[in-house]
Design a protein around this ligand. Structure first.
Ligand code: GLU
Length: 275
């Protein structure tokens, strides 16, 4: 890795209060950026307009500062600045979507989630998503206008049985098999917003991110995203996946587990160094 040029990011989704698991992953991202003498960006991933709330964005900035996180670029206490907030970056995502179409990498899809569920008998990927049965794969990509095309769901055309391997900076060599571990996944939603997979890749490229530090729950997403990098002709960053923080019963923490939220821990007088 080019040490001087290291650029990492922390990318929270403001659908609730941040918990200890988020802080741990973000602190690992901060540690990596410092080890490499690099920069850290805070990017707010608020594309899900129904579930993301501005008050959670304000709260997360406050909570992350309490947890000891400091970033070089991105929203600060003064409130989010558009450049680092995904809901303000649609031009970047539309551009990536256009590139994927011109590469023949995606297809418009009419299937509802229910259609997909009922068409597939058994296979589900590790994340519990049904493997897409290919119903719309040969559908034409020609539309009357771009705005009409943007009102469709679009899926990535995932090759059958290709091994995707990469070396994780924390976990070592990993491999996934396309069409087995995951199938044709959504990159664009008919409500006009990109899927997480596309938005995160388009932004990581646009922001020049050299290493992505994220939780192990996103390993399968990383494999999917490698296909997007390839289709866009972009060099992927390095990846460092962190173990998930679990509660006393072994379940991973969720935003609804109030007791583990940074707010509650702070209110309870916890020393953030103990996170
Ligand atoms: N916003 C995503 C999350 O909170 C970011 C994950 C990532 O790509 O690092 O899960």
């Amino acid at each position: 890795m080019n040490n001087g040029g290291y650029k990492g990011r922390i990318a929270p989704t403001p659908t609730g209060f941040m918990h200890r698991g988020h802080a741990k992953t973000f602190l690992a991202a901060q540690r990596r950026a410092r080890e490499f003498g690099g920069r850290l960006i805070l990017r707010v991933e608020d594309l899900d307009g129904d579930r993301c709330k501005p008050e959670f964005t304000d709260a997360l900035v406050e909570d992350l500062l309490w947890a000891g996180l400091r970033w070089d670029e991105g929203p600060d206490r003064g409130g989010p600045s558009g450049e680092y907030v995904q809901s303000k970056r649609s031009a970047v995502f539309v551009e990536a979507w256009r590139d994927l179409i011109s590469q023949g990498a995606i297809f418009p899809c009419e299937c509802s989630r229910k259609d997909v569920l009922s068409a597939v008998q058994a296979p589900h990927d590790e994340g519990g998503e049904p493997l897409y049965p290919g119903t719309c794969r040969n559908r034409s990509t020609a539309f009357w206008s771009e705005s009409e095309a943007l009102e469709w769901n679009w899926r990535m055309r995932v090759p059958d049985g290709e091994t995707i391997s990469f070396t994780d900076e924390n976990l070592g060599n990993l491999r996934f098999v396309t069409g087995v571990d995951f199938g044709d996944f959504l990159v664009w939603r008919k409500d006009g917003i990109p899927s997480y997979e596309l938005a995160v890749v388009a932004d990581d490229i646009a922001m020049g991110i050299t290493e992505v530090v994220r939780g192990e729950d996103l390993l399968l997403s990383t494999a999917r995203q490698l296909l997007i990098y390839r289709a866009l002709g972009a060099t992927p960053p390095a990846f460092y996946h962190c173990p998930l923080v679990r509660d006393a019963s072994g379940n991973r923490l969720a935003k609804r587990d109030k007791a583990q939220s940074l707010r509650e821990l702070r209110a309870g007088g916890m020393d953030p160094k103990m996170l």
